[in-house]
Structures are given as C-alpha cells and as structure tokens.
Design a protein around this ligand. Structure first.
Ligand SMILES: Nc1nc2c(c(=O)[nH]1)N[C@H]1C(S)=C(S)[C@@H](COP(=O)(O)OP(=O)(O)OC[C@H]3O[C@@H](n4cnc5c(=O)[nH]c(N)nc54)[C@H](O)[C@@H]3O)O[C@H]1N2
Ligand SMILES: Nc1nc2c(c(=O)[nH]1)N[C@H]1C(S)=C(S)[C@@H](COP(=O)(O)OP(=O)(O)OC[C@H]3O[C@@H](n4cnc5c(=O)[nH]c(N)nc54)[C@H](O)[C@@H]3O)O[C@H]1N2
Ligand code: SF4
Ligand SMILES: [Mo]
Length: 704
C-alpha cells in the first residue's frame, strides 16, 4: 500500500471521461495540515501529456466546502436531512431494507449503480445486490448511455468492447467518420489523435444535426436531421454497393447475412434518402467518394446515434456499412462506439447490469451462474434472475409493481434520467432512498440516508477505458475524517444484513476476487494485476493469464461468434418515432458542453467551470427564432408533451432550422430532462434522449 504521508507525486487518471487521461497528482501539506493537490498531465497513450479543462481543474472538488463529510439522515418525511453517525446511517438503512423485504419480498429493493464507479465497486455492488439483498433489481446509469451500441455489437461481432482497437489506430487510418459524437467537447484530448491522423494525410467526416465544435474541424460535414441515421446509413450502403466498393472476398469469408441486407439497401435510393435525412445527394456522394479514396476507415458512433428508440438498429445499420466495405477486423479499420463515462466500459462488464454477472457472464446461463456462485460461496439457485433496465426501475419506483426502497451509488437520476419530473416524484414516493455520493446531488437531496464517500484521489481502484484498457487509479491522499469508501459502505451494510459471503473493503482483495469471477469469461481479467497495469501502461482484456499479453485488437482473425463470422442485420425502416406536428413543430435534441460533466453534480461545484458556463442555454436557428419571436439572450421556455424547462436562447446557425439543442447538465427549472422521453429502445433499454417534438416560447409570452 502507498504511504500517503511520504508521498508527493502519484501517477493516476482523470476522474471524468472514458479517455482516462494520465495525470500526476502532487500532494503537499498546507500549514493547517490540509492537503493541497496540483494536477499535471502525464504521458499516457490516450492523452500524450494533454488534459482538457475539466481534467486540469478536477482536484478542486477534493477540498470543496460542498464536500460531504458526515452521514446525513432524514428522520421523518417532513424533516430536513441532518448530520448523524455512521452507526445510525447504517442501522436505519438496514432496518428499512429488512422491513420492506419482509413485507414485499426481495425484489422490493432496487440498486442503481454508475459507470463512474471503479471495477472493484461495480463488482461488489453487483454481488451485494444478488447475495446480500437477493434482489433482481439492479441496473446502472450506463443504460442511459451506450446500451444500444452494446446490444448491436454483441449481435454483430459477438462481443461488446467500445473500441475493439487502441485509440492510436486513428492516427494510422485514411478516413475517420464520426457520427453523432462531438469529440471536440466531450473528449477534447482525443483531438490530438485526429490531428496526427490528418498530419499523415487522413480525412475527417462528421455526421451530426448540429454544426458542433467537431463538425467545424471536418473535411466534410454532413448535417442530418435528428433521428435520420438508419436511413442515412442504408443510403450510404446503397451507394457503396452501386459504386462497386463492397469487399466481396471479406464478405464471403468473414460474415454472414449480406444478401438480405444488400437487397434491403436497394430500397434506399438517393432521392429517397435525401428526403428522409435532409442530406443532399451531392453530399451523400461526397462521403462515398471519401470511402472510395480511402484504403482504411474507422467509423465511430456516439450518443447522437444511440440514444433513440431505434438506437440498436441505427448502430447495426452503420456496422452493416463497415462490414460491406470489409473495414472491420483489419489494421487501422473498424467500427467503435465511443464509451463516455470513466468506467463506462468496465462498469458494464462486472455485474451491475440487470442481466449480467462479472466478466460479461450471463445471469441466465447455468454454467456462468455456477462459476460465479462458486466464487461467491453461494448455491447457484441463490443468485436471482435478470432484472429490468434502469429506466423501468425509476419510472415504476414507489408504485405497486415497482421497488419500494432504492440504493444509489454513483448516479444522479433526478437530473439525468428521462422525464425527470416524473422520476423525481417516483423517488419521493419511495418508502426508503439511500444515496452514496461525495456531494449533495439532486438525488442525494431527496434521500432518507446519505453516505459521504471518498473521491477518486482518496482511494485505489481500476477503471477500464474506452479502448478496453484496464488502468489503475492510485490513492494519493487520505480522505477527510468521517468519509468512507463505497467498498467500506457495502461491507458495513453486508455485515449489518448478516450476510455470510465475503465483502472485502480493500480494493486489491476485491480485484483479486473479480479476476477469479471473470476467469474464462468474455471480459477475462484473470491475468491482470495492479503491478502489471502500472508497468505496461494498462492491460487490454481479454487477458486470461499472467503470461498473456492482453488483447489490444479484437477480430483480427475471427469474431467471437459461434461460427467466427460477423453478422449483418436487416434493419427495419422506421420513420421518426416522435415526428414534429402542429403543436410541437420543432426537433429537440440534447447533449453536452465541454465545461460540464453529466448531471453537473461535480462540475457545477468547480469554480472555473461554473464561472465559464454558469447556466444552461438552447441553440436555435435565426429563422426559427424569428418565427417564434425569440432574440438572442431571451429567457425562453422549451416545451414537449412531457413537460418544460426554462433556459436562455442562443441564436445560432450551428443548428438547422427547426432543430433545438440543449445541454442536460442542470437541475431545477433548467432541467432539460423535464422534457425528454422515458420511452426506450426495446432492444437495449436506452432512452430516447436525442429526439423530442418540441416548441419554444419567448419570455414575454411565457405561460407560468
Ligand atoms: N464535457 C463533457 N464530456 C463528456 C461528458 C459530459 O457530460 N461532458 N459525458 C461523457 C459521457 S458519459 C458520454 S456518453 C460522452 C458523450 O459524448 P457525445 O456522444 O459526443 O455527446 P453528446 O453531446 O451527447 O452527443 C453528440 C452529438 O450527437 C448529436 N446528435 C443529436 N441527435 C443526433 C442524431 O439523431 N444523429 C446524429 N448523427 N447525431 C445526433 C448532437 O448534436 C451532439 O453533437 O461524453 C463523455 N464526455
Ligand atoms: N437529456 C439527456 N440526458 C442524459 C444524456 C443526454 O445525452 N441527454 N446522457 C445520458 C448519459 S450518456 C449518461 S452516462 C447519464 C449520466 O448521468 P448521471 O449518472 O446522473 O451523471 P453523473 O453526473 O456522472 O452522476 C454521478 C453521480 O455520482 C457521484 N459519483 C461520482 N463518482 C462516484 C463514486 O465513485 N461513488 C459514488 N458513490 N458516487 C460517485 C457524482 O458526484 C454524481 O452525483 O446521463 C444521461 N442523461
Ligand atoms: S478528456 Fe476526459 S479524461 Fe481527459 S482530461 Fe478531459 S475529462 Fe479528463
Ligand atoms: Mo454516457
């Protein structure tokens, strides 16, 4: 273990996004004994010595006055949260959980995790739900994130790893196509790889309804209408077929199902696609010309493609395109989904997902259940079956068919969940809500018990970044007195619940158990340990043994499907599922800004970031603004069939006429998710955050 007192420099990783940029923390003792932490970038393969603004400022939250340092409890519904002891916090929680389970059964308690939790936490949380609470009802915020891509890649390639190749492969490709991903704001440090690609002659195509900061950098920017990706991908495939660009040898040797897809694509002639997508035939042909000139291509999707009712199909449509071109499973080629959260990848591998056991094992497969039961020291029958996606846990919470009690670790659904007004009401109607966090998030503010937990620099643990590379974040300083780690909280709760299985709170012990639980599985971590990670700049899974080098590139020889071939999928054609109409004539889409992270729980508490962008805004085209009598800087209300929020108009040609874009980083009256839809993709459970029919009212005419 690291001796904190003697330590001044610790190599670790950023607390935010899935790039997991390498950084060095310098810890000094100030005169009053409190720790001062300085961040400097470290040379690591994803960031090569760069950080974005969020990375540079991330240490501020360690010593923020808004930091939670004592457990909080609400002794009755009419009272406020007050400080309490750990004993009371744990005791109240266990008493409430036990009473609810006795009355309503084990599934009356739900657990909501997060893609920001370390692998160790995600693993122990899944074990806690299944073994200590015996509930099926566990899921995590990654369900809001890239679940559609996860489902699609599992079907097409047999495995879900966000990028099946190292990020640096971008530098060697001839053509990078970014679809619905605004890297310049959401992963600014990734731009370094794109710059090196272009210096070597590579080209960049960006497909987005918005002239985003990333679109500004493109050689070709394709402005599509929101929700048009299925038609667009099929239209491109049709033109690729017409241009003779199909790699027939690859298709014959390494795939299955192309004939049906080829026939289906014929229905997407250019004029039709132009009408469906808003993309001109000239532009469609320009993209195909780029594909013709390139020998190698990488296509990445982001949340713009995935967060739709048809998200899985949209991803499958782009995968079809890449498979037809034969640009998958070859060097400097591939399809990838850009994982967002710090441990969005590992967080979905180790058992937080409703249908999953550690290592990507299936909760319904008897062999998988048996393997994990052995590691957990329980009978396989004791492991409950699959639960339901996060959105369903939340929208039914507190109702007859829903959970009565909920534990939240690493998620702020009161801001980030779709139809957040309804979700907030559901959370209020629970019999019991406990939240572990290091700040009083909007969700924690609704809780009966709040556990104050350690932050990234105060604990050790592994994260799996967007490349499937397992990295270790090392403890650099002691937490404030009174604060415990998530692992300690779970261990205390398990003990108080009189659970006989082991709940170690030392991350190394948890990781050792995780390695055994994942051994022989798809996401096999058996050969990975903390020392190896540090000496090798991270280790890529699968890594089944200590002498295995890890697997930076998947699919070079075969796909992990039963016959080793990738699958094409005929994608049903669908029109926009919530088309604009007379009452709600505009398309509202939502997303992110560089300065803020997710629900904003962290970044709204960091001074330089809060000052840079203190409030939300809505991007609106000048013609649309004029039609609605809105001028730049006006306070406006954006309405959909679900609800409304108030924000400031930013009149700009970044968005097309009729499209509104709003970031979702704020709560209260500015909460964009008041207006989004809890309807989900039936294939993956991802909510349709990226498309709502909407209208906008200027302040003067604003109804209360
Ligand atoms: N600064 C910052 N960085 C972050 C985060 C953050 O909150 N803030 N969050 C992290 C996380 S968890 C994630 S998931 C990633 C997300 O990273 P991104 O996917 O890059 O983020 P978004 O802004 O949600 O969406 C990307 C783009 O999709 C476009 N879009 C909207 N609708 C459509 C559509 O129908 N089709 C297409 N093709 N595009 C569409 C939007 O205009 C937007 O520019 O970012 C990670 N990094
Ligand atoms: N409208 C709209 N809504 C969206 C999206 C969108 O594009 N549009 N994107 C969706 C996506 S992609 C995502 S990933 C979700 C994210 O949504 P959330 O999960 O709600 O986002 P965060 O702000 O990351 O919330 C994490 C919370 O956990 C706390 N936390 C961080 N680390 C830890 C830890 O180690 N332990 C504990 N106990 N707590 C911790 C933070 O302080 C914060 O309060 O939002 C989704 N919501
Ligand atoms: S790009 Fe992501 S990981 Fe890198 S510094 Fe910024 S927020 Fe942190
Ligand atoms: Mo995400």
């Amino acid at each position: 273990m690291v001796d904190v007192e003697d330590l001044s420099l610790v190599g670790t990783h950023c607390p935010y996004c899935a790039l997991q940029c390498g950084m060095t923390l310098q810890v000094r003792r100030a005169e009053q004994g409190q720790a001062m932490v300085t961040v400097t970038p470290r040379d690591f393969p994803t960031n090569r010595g760069n950080l974005c603004r969020k990375g540079w400022t991330c240490a501020e939250l360690l010593s923020s006055p808004e930091r939670l340092t004592v457990p909080l409890v609400r002794r009755s519904r009419s009272e406020d949260l007050v400080a309490t002891s750990w004993e009371e916090a744990i005791d109240r929680t266990v008493t409430a959980l036990t009473a609810l389970q006795e009355r309503y059964g084990p599934d009356s308690i739900g657990v909501l995790g997060g893609g920001g939790l370390t692998n160790e936490k995600a693993y122990l949380l899944g074990k806690f739900a299944r073994v200590a609470l015996r509930t099926r009802m566990i899921d995590y915020n990654g369900r809001f994130c890239m679940a559609a891509a996860a489902t699609a890649t599992r079907r097409a390639f047999g495995v879900d790893r966000g990028l099946p190749f190292p990020l640096s492969d971008i530098e060697r490709t001839d053509l990078l196509i970014l679809v619905g991903v605004n890297t310049a704001e959401t992963m600014p440090v990734l731009l370094g790889h794109i710059e090196r690609m272009r210096a070597a002659g590579g080209r960049l195509v960006v497909i987005d309804p918005r002239r985003s900061a990333t679109a500004e950098l493109a050689d070709i920017f394709v402005q599509s209408t929101p929700g048009a990706d299925i038609a667009l991908a099929q239209g491109l495939l049709r033109l690729v077929i017409d241009a003779g660009l199909v790699d027939e040898a690859f298709v014959a040797a390494r795939t299955r199902g192309f004939d049906e897809v080829r026939a289906h694509a014929m229905g997407f002639w250019p004029e039709r696609v132009e009408a469906l997508t808003g993309v001109s035939i000239v532009q469609l042909r320009a993209v195909v010309e780029e594909l013709r000139r390139a020998q190698t291509t990488i296509l990445l999707t982001g949340r713009g493609v995935e967060q739709h009712v048809t998200g899985t199909h949209a991803v499958l449509a782009y995968i079809n395109l890449m498979l037809a071109l034969g640009r998958v499973g070859r060097p400097w080629c591939g399809y990838g989904s850009v994982t967002g959260q710090g441990n969005g990848q590992g967080g979905r591998e180790h058992g937080q997902k409703a249908d999953q056991l550690p290592g990507y094992r299936s909760i319904t497969d008897p062999c998988d259940r048996e393997h994990v039961a052995r590691v957990w020291g329980v009978d396989p029958e004791q492991i409950p079956g699959p639960g339901v996606p996060a959105t369903e846990i939340l929208t039914k919470a507190g109702t007859e068919d829903g959970v009565r009690g909920l534990l939240v670790f690493g998620c702020n659904p009161a801001v980030s969940a779709p139809e957040a007004t309804r979700v907030e009401n559901r959370l209020r109607s629970l019999d019991f809500l406990a939240v572990a966090d290091f700040v009083l998030s909007e969700t924690a503010a609704l809780a009966d018990v709040v556990f104050p937990v350690t932050q990234w620099a105060e604990e050790t643990g592994t994260m799996t970044n967007l490349e499937g590379r397992v990295v270790v974040r090392r403890k650099a300083l002691d937490p404030p007195p009174g604060v415990r780690s998530d692992l300690e909280v779970l261990a205390m709760l398990a003990t108080a619940l009189e659970c006989r299985s082991a709940f170690p709170s030392d991350p190394a012990a948890v990781f050792a158990e995780l390695r055994r639980a994942s051994s022989g599985a798809v996401a096999d971590y058996a050969g990975i340990d903390y020392e190896r990670i540090v000496t090798e700049d991270g280790v890529f899974w699968p890594c089944p043994s200590a002498d295995h080098p890890g697997t930076p590139r998947l699919f070079l020889d075969c796909f992990p499907t039963p016959d080793g071939r990738a699958r094409f999928h005929v994608v049903p054609s669908s029109s926009a599922d919530e088309a604009p109409d007379v009452e709600f004539p505009l398309c509202l889409t939502t997303g992110r800004l560089l300065e803020h992270y997710q629900s904003g729980a962290q970044t709204r508490r960091i001074d330089p970031l809060r000052r840079a962008v203190p409030t939300s805004y809505v991007e609106i085209h000048p013609a649309t603004a004029q039609w609605y009598g809105v001028t730049d800087g006006d306070t406006v209300r954006v309405r959909t069939r679900r609800g409304s929020f108030v924000t400031t108009a930013r009149v700009t040609t970044k968005v097309a006429e009729g499209t509104l874009f709003v970031p979702f980083h704020w709560g209260g009256a500015e909460r964009a998710n008041n207006a989004t839809r809890a309807v989900t993709d039936p294939e993956s459970g991802i909510p349709a955050f990226k498309l709502s029919a909407a209208t906008v009212e200027a302040a003067a005419r604003m109804s209360p």
